[in-house]
Design a protein around this ligand. Sequence first.
Ligand code: AMP
Ligand code: GLY
Length: 423
Amino acid sequence: MKVLIVGNGGREHAIAWKFSQSTRHSGIFCAPGNAGTASFARNLDGLSSDDLEGICSAAKEHDIDLVFIGPEVPLSMGLADELRRRNILCVGPGAEGARLESSKAYSKEFMLRHNIPTAEARIFDEAAELEAYLSKATYPLVIKKSGLAAGKGVLESDSAEESRKFALEHIGEGPVVVEEYLRGYEISLFALSDGKQYRLLVEAADYKKAGENNSGPNTGGMGVVCPVPWFEANLMPRIEEEIVRPTFSGLEADGIDYRGILYFGLMITESGPKVLEYNVRFGDPEAQALVPLIENDFCNLFEAVAGGTLGEHQIRMSELQSLCVVVAAEGYPGIYQKGIPVDLGRVPAGPNYQLFHAGTVEAEGNILTGGGRCFAAVGTGRDFLKARNRSYELAASIQFKGAWYRKDIGNRVFGNREIGPSA
Ligand code: AMP
Ligand code: GLY
């Protein structure tokens, strides 16, 4: 079976790596992939992940049997619809299903329509109405731009002035959602769906802020623990009953044949679990921590997701703990340089260490950085401390000018006590 993975991030490196472990594959292709995937897959260098026509043609040209779409942008553009029109099996919802992520106004209406617990919200299309509402509101509030924003379209604020400024900046681009500020802790939960059945994977927690102790600006994610030791597992039946099942029956009732991954961004509040957002793909960097724990053969599992036979499969998760530390470029999430040479000569090897690249490229034998978040250092182990020490050992071994990472990923396990990385 030939598999094509669309995307070039750490998430796609992890997915492609797992497919490469399958005994069923007869070729892994990445569009465009990165310097990490180049070591076991064929990178289709010239292709960008939002080049729908180019990807469909490449899939035909290389006789691809299964396409796995990693990022949200090609999903929201309808890449899955295009591939299915050409009878190519693919993992990922069509453009209609992808609206759960690409329009926050649509996803909020979906949750209300199907009685799914979420923050109370109002949706505005008119600047004057929005301004009047914000001037009388009680803070803190959360203001969200409706469209895709790579994690930058959300403001949590207790200032009416700051909220007004942010809201008015975005109302020109489409609706703006204003919602209740929820308190609690967040988890990311992933389900696979073949349009008829779903299967849940183990939960993960993503560290979204750039600074230690969750301070500073938002990022795409700086670290992950998976599973989440502080998650109250006895809530899982309630999450399934109140959130997961109504979501999938809602999709069915709305006539959406959802074949792919659905990401539930949940806030565990005092009054129970609530949906903050849906994403229509694996999280990045959650996938890097989660994928090494999935024991199923990816060719079998995702052929079933794409082909509608997921009911014949059960998920097998390893008993290990996983931790991911993201190594970023100086300046990220603000302005940063790309093309910085990287030395990976001291990277530890072994089954409990996984290094995933994000956007890296190879030029004249050198690996160069290609983005803000450059690497995901994943450590696994039988206990939390081993996983943590391995991921920090791996993160510290990655050498490039200005490289930095958060030192407190998972410290909540130790009651938030600061304990420095072992390396
Ligand atoms: P979203 O893209 O909707 O998930 O928002 C990004 C991040 O903003 C979330 O992961 C939360 O940390 C935060 N956030 C979003 N909505 C809320 C809310 N209603 N209450 C508190 N925090 C929120
Ligand atoms: N790590 C959060 C996301 O992928 O949206």
